[in-house]
Design a protein around this ligand. Sequence first.
Ligand code: ZN
Length: 428
Amino acid sequence: MPPLLSKSYSSLKTLISTYPYLKFSTMSITLKSPVFAGNPIRSITPKPSDPCSPTSAFQTLKLLLSGQTHVQEPSWPRFKVLPFVKGRPLAGSSGDVVKKWCLGWLSFGEFKDVLEGSEVKLREDLLVYLGCKDDEESVVYWGVDVSEGVGLVERLRRKEFCFVELRTLMVATDWADDDAMGQLAIAGHARALLEWHNTSRFCGSCGEMLVPAEAGRRKQCIKDSCKKRVYPRVDPVVIMLVIDKENDRALLGKQSRFVPRMWSCLAGFLEPGESLEEAVKRETWEEAGIEVGEVVYHSSQPWPVGPSSMPCQLMIGFFAYATSLDINVDKSELEDAKWHSREDVKNALTFAEYEKAQKTSAYKVDQMCKGVEKGQNVASDFNVESGELAPMFVPGPFAIAHHLISSWVHQVSSNGIQTQNKGVHSRL
Ligand SMILES: [Zn+2]
C-alpha cells in the first residue's frame, strides 16, 4: 500500500528549498530499494563462456598471477579491486562543501603496485569475485582482504584513502544519491563474502581446510574423501512492528545498546524448524509478553553490518497485529517496550536528525581520510547538538525498521483516505 505522504528524498529536497518554512520532520523517505539491496553489479551471473563470468575472469586472474604473461593488467574486461581491512572497505572522500564518500577502487595494476614489498603476497585465492558491469567498457569487480598487511594502511593513506567502518559509510550515505546507494550495496556484499571466508576456514564434517572455489563464491574441503561444498552464510531475522489496531498504537522497544532517545521494532532470529510467522509470534511473546494474531509481510533487507560471526543477516519485516495488550518486558532482551500513539511515532520520524547525522558522518569520513580523525564511534552519529531534539526518534532510512514504522504511520486505507485518526475517532 503506497504511503499517502511519501515523497522521494530528491523531491523532498526540492520542497524544502521551495518552502523552507514548512516542517518536514515527519515526512517519510521512500527509497527505490532497501539499503544494501539494489547492488548494480549483481545482475544475472554471466555464462561461463563470457569473459566477465566468475569462471573466465578467474582464469584470467590466474594467468596474470602465474608469471606466464608480461601483461600487467587485462585490457578487456578490466579488473577493479576493493581492499578491506577487518571488514572495513577502503574509502575516500570528495566534495568541497557537501562531502561525499566513495569506495577506494584500485585498478589491478595499482593494486599490485600497492602490494609490492608489503607483507601480503597476492594469491588468486585472496580475491573474491563480486560481479561485473557488462556495458561498453566491461569491468569485473573483486574484493580482497588485506588485514595481514599492516604497512598497507600507510601506503594507501598517501592516496587519501582510509579503511572505514561500513556502518559509518551507511550513515554517511545521501539516500538521494543512487550511485552512492549502489556503492554501499557493493561494499555490503563484499564485506559479507570476505567475513564469511574469514570465519569459515575449516570443514565442519572432517575438520580439514576449506579452500575458495568458483572465484570465491563458495568453499570446498580439500580432503579427497570429503570434498564438502560450503556456501556463504545468511542468517534470517524477523523484525516486526507490533500494532494495536483497536487503539491505533504501535509497540516500540528500546535496547540498552541503542543511542539515547531511540526506539525501534522488535526483532529476533529464526529458529530451525520454525516458520517466519511463528518466529514473529514467539519473539513478540518472549520479549514483550504480547500475543500476536495476524502477521503480514512487508519487505526484506540484507544487513551485512552485524557482528562478524554473522557476515550477513537477512531482515524480514512484518506488521504483527496484537491480540493482547499488557506488556511484560523480558529485561534480559529489552530495556523497555511501550505502546506509542500514531502521532507520537509520526513525530519520531525526525527527518532533520537523519540529515544532520548523514552530514556529520560524511564529514567524519572526509576527516579520517585526511588523517585528522583517527577514531570513529557510530553511536555518536546521532548525538548531534541541537535545540530542537525530538523526545524520541526511530532508526534512520538505512534500516528496515524505519520503513516498517513509516509505512504504518502513513498508511492509507483501500479508498485512499489516510486512516491516521481512525482509532481515535472510534473511541470518541
Ligand atoms: Zn571435509
